[in-house]
Design a protein around this ligand. Structure first.
Ligand SMILES: Nc1ncnc2c1ncn2[C@@H]1O[C@H](COP(=O)(O)OP(=O)(O)OP(=O)(O)O)[C@@H](O)[C@H]1O
Ligand SMILES: [Mg+2]
Length: 461
């Protein structure tokens, strides 16, 4: 072992003092840091406090036996390397232990060389397991973030918040945003980037269920808690233990549910509906809302204490109209997705259709954009490009009218007075730009100074 790498830590678990002592002695001499325990219970306690790289575990132990200790240890630290130690009489148990995740086994009494070799191999295996786990998690975390399309400053800010949250996996989060703006996409990224990624991500829409069903959905119920409760049922918080629960439309959570949720957040405890037993659940709560929760608090419809408890970190997902610069990227993303799903080869959006997409106010946000593109795929199966005629009437109305078509007048028999035409055009541009001179100048294709000069000339300024 080189001095630059920290000493690997080994936990030796055996009820025989002599074995603990001799193995520890040898491994310390080899440069390992060694801890020892005389029972499975003690080993699990030590494991929780200072996880080692390797556990040398006797098959036969007083109290919980070696295999049970192995199983519990691996449920705490899935990539811990465990090397079983066994007498001749218990070799079949040691072999069985490998099916439960032990790396290898040694038959007692073993020569020290065999110990050295087995320990080295087991530690190398553990290192590889950990590297694979980290890589898999990083990749999964990255892809959760990649699922959020859009490079605008607003979306970058959302991404930054998500990355910061990955480090603190118990923090509750409040996600605000209009319907279809991407709250769920954000919630998933928070979960799958964080340390809870391996555990469940469950969600419920608080507005979708009547009060008593919602409470039993969230917290579970005991048999006989109400008329239809024929069996006991685990709630969402119980099922998601160790993971995250997204509570959509949290503003619609009824008062009873609000009180229970507050207790869960403060003490990590809850009771099933109709139950007396206090149960524990370790979940990250990600609440989402498309109404202003502060207003609900002011109206007395939402508990202020719960609001403060939820509002630890707040992420505002912008409405699509606030980040129109992402419309073309999002459109390209959905086109690629539908091309794949529907085996098509649509290559993009025509310039005039894109102008419409960018001008529209998108009340249904990203979901509506996705639907518009999906609809054009379905209704115009032969098209290889999305053009204005493939869009909905509302979208077509949204496009800024093309100047030349509408306002250039024809020269009639009587002729026209150029000055009058100019005056009318300027008036129309000013009206469309709601009095904003820069915008009006842009509409007319002149500089702001030119526009000012002409406004003055016509006595319009
Ligand atoms: N930034 C984004 N990148 C890619 N897809 C997105 C993005 N934002 C939203 N979507 C897609 O738009 C649709 C709606 O998003 P999502 O369900 O997250 O919205 P929401 O805010 O939870 O809506 P609601 O308030 O109705 O629950 C989904 O299909 C989602 O995949
Ligand atoms: Mg949603």
């Amino acid at each position: 072992m080189t001095s630059s790498t920290p000493a690997a830590r080994v936990l030796v678990v055996d009820d025989e003092k002599l074995i603990r002592w001799s193995v520890a002695e040898r491994l310390q001499r080899d440069g390992y840091e060694v801890l020892s325990a005389e029972s499975g219970e003690q080993a699990l306690e030590m494991l929780a406090a200072t996880p080692p790289d390797l556990m040398l575990l006797d098959v036969r132990l007083p109290g919980i036996d070696g295999v049970q200790t192995l199983q519990r240890a691996l449920s705490l630290h899935p990539d811990l390397a465990v090397l079983m130690m066994s007498a001749h009489s218990t070799v079949d148990i040691a072999v069985d232990a490998m099916k439960h995740g032990a790396v290898d086994f040694l038959v007692k009494p073993f020569p020290f060389q065999a110990l050295d070799a087995a320990v080295e191999r087991a530690i190398a295996t553990a290192r590889t397991r950990r590297q694979i786990a980290t890589l898999t998690n990083e990749r999964r975390g990255q892809s959760a973030l990649d699922a959020i399309v859009g490079a605008s400053a607003m979306m970058e800010q959302v991404r930054t918040m998500i990355c910061r949250l990955a480090a603190s996996d118990t923090t509750t989060v409040l996600i605000e945003g209009e319907s279809g703006s991407g709250k769920e996409v954000v919630a998933r990224a928070i979960h799958f980037r964080g340390a809870r990624a391996e555990r469940p991500f469950l969600q419920v829409n608080c507005a979708a269920l009547p009060e008593h069903l919602l409470e039993s959905e969230l917290f579970g119920h005991e048999r006989g808690a109400f008329t239809d409760a024929h069996t006991q049922k685990r709630g969402l918080f119980e099922s998601a233990d160790g993971g995250s629960v997204m509570l959509d439309e949290i503003g619609d959570l009824p008062p009873g549910g609000q009180a229970k949720l507050l207790r869960l957040l403060e003490n990590k405890t809850f009771r099933r509906v109709g139950g007396v037993q206090e149960l524990r659940a370790d979940v990250r709560v990600i609440a989402a809302t498309n109404v202003n929760l502060e207003e609900r608090v002011a109206e007395g419809r939402f508990r202020a204490d719960l609001f403060f408890r939820l509002n630890v970190v707040r992420i505002a997902v912008p409405a699509l109209r606030e980040h129109v610069e992402d419309v073309s990227t999002l459109a390209a993303y959905f086109i690629a997705r539908f091309n794949q799903e529907m085996k098509r080869t649509v290559h993009g959006v025509s310039a005039s259709a894109m102008e419409m997409l960018r001008a529209y106010h998108w009340p249904g946000n990203v979901r509506e954009l996705r639907n518009v593109i999906e609809r054009s795929f379905i209704l115009h199966a032969g098209a290889d490009e999305i053009r204005p005629e493939h869009l909905t009437p509302e979208l077509r109305k949204a496009a800024p009218p093309k100047r030349p078509d509408k306002i250039v007048p024809n020269i009639t028999e009587e002729g026209l007075v150029l000055d009058d035409v100019e005056k009318k055009l300027i008036a129309e541009a000013m009206e469309r730009a709601s009095g904003n001179q820069s915008k009006a100048a842009r509409l007319l294709g002149v500089s702001r100074d030119t526009l000012r000069y002409r406004l003055k000339k016509h006595g319009m300024a």
